[in-house]
Ligand binder design. Structure first.
Ligand code: F6R
Length: 605
């Protein structure tokens, strides 16, 4: 998705902005650009393709201590040099970078066209630059920008530079994040804290409807109507090194390998071996409130939703509260019934996914009780929910989720035990599950050490174009996540089905060239799943099983995961599937960290 970075201070802006753009690359983009102000003029460079292609235009040499830059993920108009941001007015005095969509761009374009404005790009953003130029009556820049934004319908995070106001940049937010970074006599801003951590840990998150004037020596925030707002800086908990690949070829592989430590952090301080339960301080709901809950509904998108399905299963099994998960992107549009005794949980790694945020806002509007399970501290969904559980998984840079899928499922397991121990989950079962969670990080580390076994299994996908993933109950959610990982990074067609559903249709597609990966824990459904294996193999379909040690099932390839406790086994069964997808993609030579067409955090509808 699009990214914004800005700088004003005492240093040359261009190198800082280019480095910031590199930090934003992980989000996925198709073009990049930069504008730097100096002596009443703007220097602008923009180009389709990667930041290194922009660097070939040598914008690093632009002189000036004030600038804005952007990575674009096309919405209005194809990826091209012309459509890349920044966009300028006709005179080239003002430049704008923008994340989001101006919904009334066509109407504004028509009005501006009548006043003689000629548009150079196909973007909605260009209207903002012309509008600001036309409205500038010499008032402070923030007043002019606010006046322009009052005419805009849509979502934006945006930044504006005016060559003739060299001491000021203006940023504004409505639906797309902007974070200010406070330095020493210099200020930074970005749409993602990842672009700031190298320079400062002290940040201020803008809220929707806020506009900020940013100068080298500080910032002021106000609403679009001009009322001053008061912000309290917070600290980004991430170290700059976390954004380096280190010895790894891919961030995805690095992040898969970090899972034991990431899970340790998710669990840290939350296990109670005295009462054999868990503590989740951030949910800010008393035991009495939690006892009133009659249903749990988990909402998220993509891998977050699938992790929510694992969590819903755990909550239903351990707390005996009816629970389910639903894609937030569907929920937000279906005028859902919101119940006062339902606990709604929004799940999001980035905390910025637009559909999940919209679902949260819909639930709040209807008076529902919501909490978040989020990785990025201070992100929009975390702040909108106001309470919840942070994963503390550390930054996830690869576009596909791995460690945050696992940590989200672990956080929901903590919640399931907590809710269970308030109800019927016995002391003995609480103790058994808490002990299993304590053992989880070491078990994950043990699986990761056996990566060569999985790399060998990946060899079975050579020449394959389609694959099935099946499982039962939580195993189906794990299978779905395995299939999602495979299709995202290897571009193989992978379908996930409940194992029980195979014979109701998809079995017609089973043939010798189509492998099926089965999630096969030795639980009380094991013998049923073995029948599925036989049905597939009888039709010539090769089967790869992710299973537990014991008498080996008749399959074509197999990886044994150590058994933990039956309820928590799904948390481990997921790890080999991540490695499997990684190694298949490695063989196929795809762009693993930035798969085609995908973005790390989907901040538009
Ligand atoms: C899949 C993946 C995406 C995200 C989804 C939600 O590997 O990464 O499906 O899970 O876009 O993102 P967050 O969790 O940031 O809300």
């Amino acid at each position: 998705m699009c990214g914004i970075v800005g700088y004003i201070g005492k240093r040359q802006a261009a190198p800082i902005l280019i480095e910031g753009l590199h930090r934003l690359e992980y989000r996925g983009y198709d073009s990049a650009g930069i504008a730097v102000g100096n002596k009443g003029r703007l220097k602008v460079a923009k180009r389709k393709g990667r930041v290194r292609e922009l660097e070939a235009l040598e914008p690093q040499k632009f002189r000036g201590v004030q600038g804005i830059a952007h990575t674009r993920w096309a919405t209005h108009g194809e990826p091209s040099d012309l459509n890349a941001h920044p966009h300028s007015d006709t005179s080239g005095r003002y430049a704008v970078v923008h994340n989001g969509i101006v919904e009334n761009a066509a109407a504004l374009k028509a009005q501006l066209g009548q006043r003689g404005v000629v548009f150079r790009s196909e973007t909605d953003t260009e209207v903002l630059a012309h509008l600001i130029a036309l409205l500038d009556d010499g008032s402070p820049l923030e007043t002019v920008v606010a006046e322009a934004l009052r005419r805009v319908v849509g979502a934006y995070g945006l930044a504006v530079i005016d060559a003739e106001r060299p001491d000021t940049l203006v940023v504004a937010r409505n639906g797309s994040p902007i974070v200010l970074g406070i330095g020493d006599k210099e200020m930074f801003f970005a749409s993602d804290p990842a672009a700031l951590v190298r320079h400062t840990a002290s940040v201020v998150h803008l809220d929707d409807g806020e506009i900020a004037t940013v100068r080298a020596d500080g910032y002021e925030t106000r609403t679009l109507d001009g009322a001053a707002t008061i912000k309290t800086p917070s600290t980004i908990p991430w170290k700059d090194e976390a954004f380096d690949k280190g010895q790894f070829t891919h961030f995805m592989r690095k992040e898969i390998g970090e899972q034991a430590d990431a899970v340790r952090r998710t669990l840290s301080g939350r296990l109670d071996t005295r009462f054999h339960t868990t503590h989740l301080g951030g949910i800010e709901l008393e035991a009495r409130d939690l006892l009133d809950i009659r249903r749990v509904k988990i909402l998220g998108c993509g891998a977050a939703y699938l992790s929510g399905r694992v969590g819903a299963h755990l909550i239903e099994q351990l707390a005996r509260i009816p629970a389910d998960a639903e894609p937030a992107s569907e929920f937000r549009y279906r005028n859902a019934v919101i119940e006062r005794d339902t606990l709604y949980i929004a799940v999001s790694q980035s905390g910025e996914t637009f559909d999940t945020l919209a679902a949260v806002q819909e639930i709040k509007r209807k008076g529902g009780r919501i909490m978040g399970v989020v990785n990025v501290v201070g992100s929009t969904i975390a702040r909108e929910c106001g309470r919840g559980v942070y994963l503390h998984a550390g930054p996830e840079v690869a576009v596909v989720s791995t460690k945050t899928f696992t940590c989200t499922a672990v956080a929901l397991a903590l919640l399931a035990i907590h809710l269970g121990r308030l109800r019927d989950l016995s002391v003995a079962n609480g103790a058994r599950l808490v002990a299993a969670l304590q053992a989880l990080p070491d078990r994950i580390a043990g699986i990761l050490e056996r990566e060569p076994e999985i790399a060998k299994l990946a060899g079975r996908f050579q020449g394959v174009e389609h694959a099935f993933y099946v499982g039962r109950a939580a195993g189906h959610a794990i299978a779905s996540e395995g299939a999602l990982k495979l299709k995202e990074i290897s571009y193989l067609h992978a379908e996930a089905y409940p194992a029980s559903e195979l014979k109701h249709g998809p079995l017609a597609l089973i043939e010798p060239g189509t492998p099926t990966v089965i999630v096969l824990p030795r639980d009380d459904l094991y013998s049923k799943s073995l029948s599925t294996v036989e049905e597939i193999r009888a039709r010539g379909g090769p089967v790869i099983a992710i299973t537990h040690p014991g008498e080996r099932p008749a399959v074509d390839g197999l990886f044994e995961v150590p058994a933990l406790e039956p309820e928590l086994d799904p948390l481990l069964l997921n790890i080999p599937l991540q490695l499997l997808a990684y190694h298949v993609a490695l063989q196929r030579g795809t762009d693993i960290d930035q798969p085609r067409n995908l973005a790390k955090s989907v901040t538009v509808e």
